[in-house]
Design a protein around this ligand. Structure first.
Ligand code: FUC
Length: 763
């Protein structure tokens, strides 16, 4: 078996959903592969629509408790009206993401005579290629985005000297750039801005190096005639990162061109490949299917509901990791709704950080698939949110601490977003993001990180200490709030969104307080505040089972107006949290299953991200068949031909959620145990995975055959108790010697020593 790492097509992309993404974390490019007119869509992650601002409405403070009261009394419509009138942001939207101009290459080719066309993306090398034959000459274009050199490099060559003639230029929406002209006889620079005096300004520089032949500038274009090969270097910088952005992008391309394409490409491979290779998955793949073009493989699944393509699932996993490495790096902004790849001046949902599921989902595979440092940009944004989140807490709710609603932007805006009752007034955004702190610690065991982020975690808890209220039953509830985007039907048959104490809020707060208490214990800094959190935990409403045997979504056992709704927020407790666990809370796990079955039987899972979440749920419930079915549905119904996730439209969260779901089928490490192959689909009967990470700081390599584990190795990062759970008995050895095991309710435990590798063998 070899890894699935190639996306390949026999035609150029006609639209964005066929174009292939490359990126260096900060800059992104979509390669369309046109023969005569090549279009390369460009992005830079800090190109957003404007500057930082304060949108909180202090009037909210005078009204939110009244809204809470109205909701308790069942006056839902009145409460919702007051919310819309008095609790929205001023103005109502955060900033939104925008594209850079495009790079165009006009290749002097007789398109009518082109044959043997190929467009491909090799994700094991993070480079794209276009090749074709025209009038007996074979042409090749190679594209990669270098992280170390901070440039896009494109080489156009052929097997016949003197046959490359082309023009290259950068252009796009001219309402947002001021200047686009040659700054040297081989370089063009475009300067632009996105509006507002404190807004984002950017510059792109394009440099051409030609081998033999002639080269000149023609207006805004760089032209090459009769060359052996032409290499283009493109740099982009913004004032978000540096005041000298105009000079820096010129320096980037000057430095890169001085070193040359081959040297940059070797450096790129040295940078990229070790990260990509940290984790390897090999599933049985069918050679016949491997011979098909990628769009044919996806079409095949669309056309035949009973078909599956294990190799494509493997490719989807590898692609998720590729997109994370290419879409964000330490020091850049986190992945937004489109990662960094966006063509629209006004993208769907503004291409923002939607933090009622989507941004969190982007980071689900980061730890388990061995990309922990790629998680870090999220924490930088979280830190940036604290200032605005404090203001929102203080001015809108009269509370200490910090909080955010359901969106944020590059500046960390925390005020309400949109004027949309089903989503806008939801106080949980910052809290959910804060759960990533302990998650990063559990995998990496990085105490310094935890120490640095602990104040953020506790500051989020402090908001809820002030904000929650005790109802007549003595329960601590949030409100006014909602269960993200879903509508209930009350006992009086009234429909509503706003409510007090939706289940997801209590589940997030339970995890938040538990994380803060655990972090304090690890850091040895527990105090009276930690004790208070422990007391408050006992007053949070428990997870409850409703009339359909389902996990209740709201504090009352309401029906849903749309029982197949894409959000399944009440199962937050099953994944990503582990408050519902098949071993520890079997009754709740049964109710979680009923919840999923109810959602799915009403057409649930219709967006890519929702389907991806469902895969993770089934994996946690140990249902391999459902995992397999839903992976196929994700591939066939919610995957564009370039393998990017489709909401529709393109939204990258499903790629990451799906990647995490595949990992979750192979290894789980919640509930203080490592469960090996917990939901292995029958079609993945034999396989191999290495480098998966587990909570507690373990690295896991495994092989299996006929659906059964053949060997597993667990390497410990630090001294720690390791509990292994597998459905058959096993022994553990280290350096050839047996390791004594203690049986516990959920597996067999031993004390692992830092740096040692333990071999698990079936007995
Ligand atoms: C939430 C979801 C939508 C979409 C948007 C970006 O509002 O309900 O489906 O993913 O975020």
């Amino acid at each position: 078996m070899s890894r699935e790492s190639l996306l390949i097509y026999d035609k150029a992309a006609q639209d964005f959903d066929h174009a292939l993404p490359i990126g260096n974390g900060r800059m992104g490019a979509m390669i369309y592969g046109g023969v005569k007119n090549e279009l390369i869509g460009l992005n830079e992650d800090s190109v957003w629509s404007g500057g930082k601002r304060n949108r909180t409405d202090p009037q909210a403070k005078n009204i939110y408790k009244r809204i809470r009261e109205l909701l308790s009394q069942g006056h839902v419509k009145e409460a919702e009206k007051l919310c819309v009138d008095r609790m929205m942001g001023i103005p109502s939207n955060c900033r939104h993401y925008m594209p850079l101009p495009d790079l165009h290459i006009e290749h002097d080719i007789d398109e009518a005579n082109v044959s043997d066309y190929r467009l491909s993306l090799d994700i094991s090398k993070a480079c794209a290629q276009v090749s074709f034959t025209c009038e007996g000459v074979r042409y090749r274009r190679e594209y990669f985005m270098s992280y170390p050199a901070a440039v896009l490099a494109v080489r156009i060559s052929s097997d016949k000297p003197g046959s490359v003639s082309l023009k290259a230029y950068i252009d796009g929406r001219d309402d947002y750039y001021d200047d686009n002209r040659p700054v040297a006889d081989d370089m063009i620079r475009l300067n632009g801005g996105c509006g507002g005096k404190d807004g984002i300004s950017f510059a792109c520089a394009l440099k051409m190096v030609a081998e033999e032949g002639a080269r000149c500038t023609e207006g805004i274009k760089l032209a090459a005639y009769g060359c052996d090969s032409v290499t283009l270097y493109l740099g982009a910088r913004t004032n978000f990162y540096t005041a000298s952005y105009m000079d820096e992008c010129v320096n980037d391309v000057a430095r890169a061109s001085a070193r040359g394409f081959d040297a940059l490409f070797s450096e790129h491979l040295e940078d990229y490949t070790p990260i990509y290779d940290r984790c390897r998955l090999e599933l049985p793949s069918n050679e016949g299917l491997r011979g098909l073009f990628t769009d044919e493989r996806i079409e095949r699944l669309k056309n035949d509901p009973s078909a599956y393509d294990t190799g494509l699932a493997e490719l989807y996993f590898n692609y998720g990791r590729y997109l994370m490495i290419s879409g964000s790096r330490p020091g850049t902004l986190p992945l937004n709704l489109q990662g960094i790849w966006n063509k629209d001046s006004w993208p769907a949902w503004g291409g923002r950080y939607t933090i009622n599921i989507n941004t969190e989902m982007n980071y689900w595979p980061a730890e388990v698939t061995a990309l922990p440092e790629f998680h870090l940009p999220l924490f930088v944004l979280l830190e940036r949110m604290r200032e605005d989140g404090r203001r929102a807490a203080r001015e809108m709710y009269g509370c200490r601490g910090f909080m955010a609603h359901h969106n944020t932007d590059l500046w960390g805006d925390c005020a309400p977003q949109d004027i949309w009752v089903p989503a806008t007034v939801w106080p949980m955004g910052a809290a959910w993001l804060c759960l990533h702190i302990m998650e990063h610690y559990r995998f990496t065991q990085d105490k310094d990180f935890l120490r640095r982020m602990y104040p953020t975690l506790t500051e989020s808890c402090i908001f809820f200490e002030d904000y929650m209220f005790e109802d007549e039953k003595g329960r601590l509830l949030t409100g006014p709030s909602l269960s993200p985007e879903n509508t209930y039907i009350s006992s009086t048959l009234e429909q509503g969104n706003m409510c007090n104490g939706p289940s997801m809020d209590s589940q997030i707060i339970r995890q938040l307080f538990t994380d803060a208490i655990d972090a304090a214990a690890i850091l040895g800094c527990a105090d009276d505040h930690t004790k208070k959190l422990a007391q408050m935990l006992t007053k949070l409403p428990p997870i409850r089972v409703g009339k359909y045997g389902q996990i209740m979504e709201w504090a009352e056992d309401y029906d849903e107006a749309e029982p197949g709704h894409r959000h399944i927020s009440q199962l937050f407790a099953l994944y990503p949290s582990d408050q519902i666990d098949i071993r520890k809370t079997p009754e709740l796990a049964k109710a979680a299953r009923a919840t999923l079955e109810r959602r799915l039987s009403h057409g649930g899972g219709h967006t890519g991200w929702s389907r991806a979440w469902i895969i993770n749920f089934w994996a946690r419930l140990g249902d391999a068949r459902k995992v397999s079915e839903n992976i196929t549905l994700l591939l066939s119904r919610s995957t564009n031909m370039n393998m990017l996730d489709s909401h529709p439209p393109f939204q990258i969260d499903g790629n990451f959620g799906g990647c995490a779901g595949i990992a979750e089928a192979l290894l789980q490490s919640h509930g203080k145990r490592l469960t090996l192959l917990p939901a292995l689909p029958d079609e993945w009967s034999s396989g191999y995975v290495s480098g998966l990470k587990a909570r507690g700081g373990f690295t896991v390599d495994m092989s299996w055959d006929n659906g059964l584990l053949t060997s597993a190795e667990v390497t410990a990062l630090s001294d720690n108790v390791c509990t292994i759970s597998y459905r058959l008995p096993f022994t553990v050895s280290m350096e050839g010697a047996d390791v004594a095991l203690t049986e516990s309710e959920y597996g067999c435990s031993f004390t692992a020593a830092a740096g040692k590798t333990y071999t698990i063998t079936l007995s």
